[in-house]
Structure formats: structure tokens, C-alpha cells
Design a protein around this ligand. Structure first.
Ligand SMILES: [Zn+2]
Length: 330
């Protein structure tokens, strides 16, 4: 496992190649679902470009002061732009500050780095503020953006970046990585690989924070209740939950995994279940729904996700989703 990451070997090889062949791009966009490891890849790339031990190999040592500083995002030539605490969007002033900082010459490294994480959280005018810098970045600067997908950013932004699209890592490889790199016992590693859907950073978050696992369990329990509930109860649930916007995103992410499993199972596919600890409930739902229903359910979740990305009304979007999900009656 190169760069001590789980999966994404091709992306590591590509970036190492850019370093070794002296063919660095000035802007990269790393895309992929939450928890797949976009930020870790970006930081490893910066470590490979700054670690004194990586000069010829393009492999950072991950233990020298420079690697540790970069890992903590506290290196003097590294400028992260992240969603500020309590804020819903990346602010245009954050971009202006970044542009100002990048214009100065490097302090310690040979170049400066602008990291723009979860850039889908910047609205179009904030994204536009970065455009001129993307077109003509000051020398020597490397910009690294991350986003859930390139579709959610302005085309003018994505077209100026080398796009690196990260997919979930095969479950077997995720499980092995959790064992070998993080010392997680085999059985637990297998469970985490499955329930994270091959998203190693999410798997590790589940491992380190039992409260997250508990949250997933509760969300899946609530979903089973919803499927048995009538429309009045579903309306009430939407009303309660819409007061907790943070929960809705988690809920969509977790619930859809169940429907992916149902869809796959109803198509008699040999693909392993993501929710391997919920096999009985999946069987139960499969007795009541067919392939077409499962496929429409997955589509409903996609649509809800898209609407929320477009800032649609939370309560209406959730009501719409809940009322269209099938009902499991006894
Ligand atoms: Zn190092």
C-alpha cells in the first residue's frame, strides 16, 4: 500500500509520476463520495512534495517534522480553505485571503499549496473568485480542490483542473488495509469495510467513534419503523427531523445503502451486502418488494440528495421521499 493509504493505488501512481517526471499540474480536483479518502490523498501529495526524504522517491516518510506539520495542516506554506465552524458555505473572503497568501513566495518549501476541501460548499460567485488564480496561478503554486463530484462545480473550474476521481475501494482491499495499516482485528475490519461501503476514512471514523456506529444503527432502526409506518406517522417524522438539518444528510447516506443492498439482492447479483449486519431485515424487505420498487427507491434517494444540494426545502423534500417509499405491512 503506497503512501500508507487504503486503495486508490492508481491515483498515487499518477501523482508520483507527476512528481518524478517534473510534470506537476498547477491545479488538481480530487472527487469522490464522503469518507473515500480525498483529503488524505491531497495531504499525502503535499507531503511527497515537501518531505526532505521524498526528494527522489516521491514517497514521504510520514514521520519527519515536515510530514507531521502537513498532516496537521499547520505547514507555513500550506493554506487550507475549509468550511468554518457554524457556517453553511465557504466564504468569498476565505478565497480572497487564500489568493493573497499564495502571491507571496514560499517560506519553507519550494512552493506554496492551496487546499480547497469540499469545494461544492462554495456558491458560484465564491467559485468564480478562484477562477483567475486557476487560470494563471502564481509560480510556484499548486492548488488542490476536493468535491463529491465534478458535476457540482462550475464547468469553468473543473476544466482548469486535472480531475482525479476516487471510487469506493473493493471491500476485500479495504478490510485488509484496516488490518494491516491500523491493526484492526480481522472480523471487525470486515464489518467496517462492508458498512462503510469501501470508504476507508468512513470505516476508520466508525472504528474510532462508537457514537457514529450507534448513530448508524439508530438511523437504520428508524428506517425500518418508517417502512412500517402510515402516512400520518411519516409526516410527523419529516416534521421532527427537518428541525435537525445535519441529520438529514446522514439519514440519506445511511438509508440509501439499505436500498442498494435490496436492489442488488433482488437482481440476484453476487455482489456482497454492504449492511452485512442487517441481512435478516434485508430478507424481510425482499419478500415484499421487487426489483423495480427497489430501483425506484434508490432513485428517490438520488433525487432527494440532488434537491438538497440545490437548497430545496428540507421538510418538503423529506416528506416527498418518505411518502413515496414502499410500505411493509404485516
Ligand atoms: Zn517526511
Amino acid at each position: 500500500m503506497t503512501w500508507d493509504l487504503i486503495g486508490h493505488d492508481w491515483a498515487v501512481q499518477l501523482l508520483r509520476g507527476h512528481i518524478q517526471n517534473n510534470s506537476l499540474r498547477q491545479a488538481y480536483l480530487i472527487t469522490g463520495p464522503r469518507g473515500v479518502g480525498k483529503r488524505d490523498l491531497a495531504l499525502r501529495f503535499v507531503q511527497s512534495l515537501t518531505c526532505p526524504g521524498a526528494a527522489t522517491s516521491a514517497d514521504p516518510c510520514l514521520s519527519c517534522p515536515t510530514c507531521l506539520q502537513v498532516g496537521r495542516m499547520e505547514h507555513p506554506d500550506l493554506f487550507p480553505v475549509l468550511l468554518e465552524e457554524g457556517s453553511k458555505q465557504i466564504k468569498i473572503d476565505q478565497i480572497r485571503d487564500l489568493i493573497h497568501s499564495l502571491a507571496l513566495s514560499p517560506y519553507q518549501a519550494t512552493r506554496r499549496f492551496g487546499l480547497l476541501f469540499d469545494f461544492e460548499q462554495a456558491n458560484p460567485s465564491t467559485q468564480n473568485a478562484l477562477l483567475k488564480t486557476l487560470e494563471e496561478p502564481p509560480e510556484p503554486v499548486v492548488l488542490i480542490l476536493t468535491a463529491v463530484s465534478s458535476d457540482v462545480l462550475l464547468e469553468t473550474i473543473t476544466s482548469r483542473c486535472e480531475v482525479i476521481k476516487l471510487n469506493p475501494v473493493p471491500l476485500e482491499q479495504t478490510s485488509r488495509g484496516l488490518e494491516e495499516l491500523h491493526g484492526i482485528p480481522a472480523e471487525q475490519a470486515r464489518l467496517l469495510a462492508h458498512i462503510s461501503g469501501g470508504k476507508p476514512v468512513l470505516a476508520l471514523a466508525y472504528h474510532r467513534d462508537p457514537a457514529l456506529l450507534e448513530r448508524r444503527k439508530n438511523l437504520l432502526d428508524e428506517h425500518m419503523e418508517i417502512l412500517r409506518a402510515n402516512s400520518v406517522e411519516r409526516f410527523a417524522y419529516a416534521d421532527r427531523t427537518s428541525k435537525d438539518p445535519g441529520k438529514i444528510e446522514d439519514l440519506l447516506d445511511v438509508w440509501v445503502t439499505l436500498w442498494h443492498d435490496i436492489l442488488i439482492q433482488s437482481g440476484k447479483s453476487a455482489v456482497p451486502l454492504q449492511n452485512i449486519d442487517r441481512g435478516d431485515e434485508i430478507e424481510l424487505i425482499l419478500e415484499k418488494v421487487d426489483f423495480r420498487t427497489a430501483r425506484s427507491a434508490v432513485d428517490l434517494f438520488r433525487r432527494a440528495h440532488q434537491l438538497l444540494g440545490e437548497n430545496a426545502n428540507l421538510k418538503l423534500t423529506l416528506e416527498d421521499l418518505l411518502l413515496q417509499l414502499p410500505t411493509l405491512t404485516a
